[in-house]
Design a protein around this ligand. Structure first.
Ligand SMILES: Nc1ncnc2c1ncn2[C@@H]1O[C@H](COP(=O)(O)OP(=O)(O)OP(=O)(O)O)[C@@H](O)[C@H]1O
Length: 559
């Protein structure tokens, strides 16, 4: 409900227009009742055709104005809702991409997907049609007041029936909360299984995981069906309440009204008018009560969205040093994930001059990727400092810093778009010829140029269909085109064939000659051989420097 009022309050001037137009619309809505009263009382009594024509013209004009005003009001409501929806979309997007990485990552993938898709639920539930329904609700009582002017007794009866319908609907709505929450929990679970089916189709078939998955799927689907049935029963109760309420109200008004007519307290015309007014009042009320379930759904989607939006943002500003030289200093640095028994590293001290090659080595899970993310500024040390050219990375503008780093993540991902858009994301002005030259240097020229679309190839699903070794080298092209002075490569040769490794070695040699600082996470012997420094992350919790000084080999040579 608050969300509706927030939307209405977005533009104070329009807020007044919305309420005024709703008042007019509902006043004009009285025209049909007045018409019935006057036709029955005046025209039937006197039989003057001019009276009928005048009354009909007046009623038609009132209906015409009402329709025009309703259209205009809907447009204003749509404009307000579109603004609120855009705002929500942007806030969610910002939350997902600018929320502190470590905290965003703590939300499971499926939950993040559910949160982001909740945007359309909010759009639907708090949309313009529902907003105008809500605006009409207080005017249900305008009809009751007019009814009271014709017959206070019938107005009281109408209020009694309306109260009964409201009570039943509210009780049913209170019970809706539980199945609706269950539905949203099950939807997240189902989304996980759907992901297993779409992205993990090979795993499911090759390991005969279909039976195990099917069992889980069925259990989930059964629970979903059970909750949906309960939801439907409650929705049905609400519908029945409003249907029965309408019938009962009409019977009450006509039955008791007839007695009032016989007692001489009411004329026939007014009785018909009372019946129309009472049903209009109840219709406005039941429409508003019907919103309850949608408001509940929208509210839940908003609460989920708030979880993401409540995550503290990354710093939006900080120091920008121009172009970094690429010297690094780890100063008594520590990092551990929440609930981790042994931290990834502790008391780590090391200084790296600009232009040198540092390799972190270690077994799976020793912390190589974590270190890469610390260097890129996606994670922050739990203690101590990571200095770049003497400046603590915590003071740096993250956007500036990431442009100083040519980063190859361990899991190279691309966004949905063309290969050109992806490779040139950091340097959109790069000429195709330069991109292709770098692709050839990394031995992926044939892949790019061999395809009919070339750099226009459309990448989908993170680029998962591109062979890993090629995808990794394409991601290396993207990193190098960014021009960062500090090169951070997380396992650059994983899944790459011999020819690819040779090309990577040649590229690394070129980068060293250009004076870039290279930090790599690798267990590959040719990379370890070319390092000025090798640091072993297997040694816990303080990493051990295995070699510091002259590299074992001149340049980076594969084989
Ligand atoms: N987001 C996270 N939350 C909690 N623990 C994590 C998270 N990411 C990694 N870890 C844990 O931190 C440790 C280091 O993981 P990391 O991925 O950095 O290792 P790695 O050396 O890169 O492994 P690999 O060689 O397999 O890529 C592991 O024990 C891992 O389970």
């Amino acid at each position: 409900m608050n969300e509706f009022f927030r939307r209405i309050a977005l533009q104070p001037r329009l807020r007044l227009e919305l309420w005024l137009s709703s008042l007019l619309i509902n006043l004009l809505g009285l025209a049909s009742s007045l018409y019935s009263i006057h036709v029955l009382n005046r025209y039937l009594a006197l039989g003057v055709d001019a009276t009928l024509v005048t009354l009909t013209l007046g009623a038609v004009m009132a209906v015409g104005f009402e329709v025009l005003l309703r259209n205009a009001r809907l447009r204003v409501a749509q404009w307000l809702c579109a603004r609120a929806d855009t705002e929500l979309g942007e806030t969610l997007f910002e939350g997902a991409v600018r929320g502190q990485y470590a905290l965003v990552e703590q939300l499971p993938h499926t939950a993040r997907r559910e949160i982001l898709s909740g945007q359309s639920t909010v759009q639907q539930c708090f949309g313009a049609p529902n907003l105008v329904t809500l605006l009409d609700t207080p005017f249900a009582f305008v009809f009751v007041v007019v009814l009271g002017m014709l017959s206070p007794f019938l107005a009281c009866m109408a209020l009694l029936v309306m109260a009964g319908v409201t009570l039943v609907s509210l009780l049913a709505q209170r019970r809706l909360r539980e199945p609706m929450e269950a539905q949203s929990r099950i939807a997240i679970q189902m989304a996980g299984y759907q992901h297993n089916l779409t992205a993990g189709g090979e795993m499911v078939r090759a390991f005969s995981a279909a039976d195990a998955l099917k069992e889980k799927w069925r259990a989930c689907a059964d629970e979903q069906a059970e909750q949906r049935a309960q939801l439907n029963r409650l929705q049905n109760t609400m519908q029945n309440a409003s249907y029965a309420g309408t019938l009962i109200l009409s019977m009450v008004i006509m039955g008791l009204g007839a007695r009032e007519v016989l007692a001489g307290n009411l004329d026939i015309g007014s009785l018909i008018g009372c019946n129309i007014l009472a049903s209009r009042a109840l219709a406005a009320l039941t429409r508003a009560l019907g919103l309850g379930e949608q408001i509940g759904r929208g509210q839940r989607a908003l609460e989920l969205a708030r979880q993401l939006c409540a995550i503290p943002r990354e710093r939006a500003e900080g120091v920008r040093l121009g172009q970094t030289r690429g010297s690094l200093r780890f100063e008594d640095m520590a990092f551990g994930y929440p609930k981790q028994a042994v931290p990834v590293l502790e008391h780590f001290d090391y200084s790296l001059e600009a232009g040198k090659v540092l390799v972190f080595t270690g077994a799976n899970g020793s912390g190589k990727t974590t270190l890469a993310r610390l260097l890129v500024g996606l994670l922050e040390p739990s203690r101590g400092h990571l200095l770049v050219d003497g400046m603590d990375l915590r003071q740096a503008d993250p956007q500036w810093w990431r442009r100083q780093v040519a980063y190859l993540p361990q899991e190279p991902q691309f966004f949905d778009g063309t290969l050109r858009e992806n490779l040139c994301v950091l340097a959109p002005e790069t000429a195709d010829a330069k991109v292709l030259e770098l692709c050839r240097e990394l031995a992926v020229g044939a892949f790019v140029e061999g395809g009919a679309e070339g750099l226009g190839l459309v990448v989908r699903n993170g680029g998962g269909s591109i062979p890993l070794g090629i995808r990794r080298r394409l991601a290396l092209v993207r990193a190098v085109l960014g021009g960062g002075q500090l090169v951070v490569l997380d396992d650059p040769t994983e899944g790459v064939d011999a020819e690819g490794c040779k090309a990577i070695a040649a590229l690394l040699s070129r980068l060293v000659r250009e004076g870039r600082t290279l930090v790599m996470m690798s267990n590959e012997s040719f990379i370890l051989g070319a390092a000025d420094t090798v640091i072993d992350l297997n040694h816990k919790p303080v990493p051990r420097v295995l070699r510091d000084g002259k590299p074992a080999r001149e340049g980076v040579q594969h084989g």
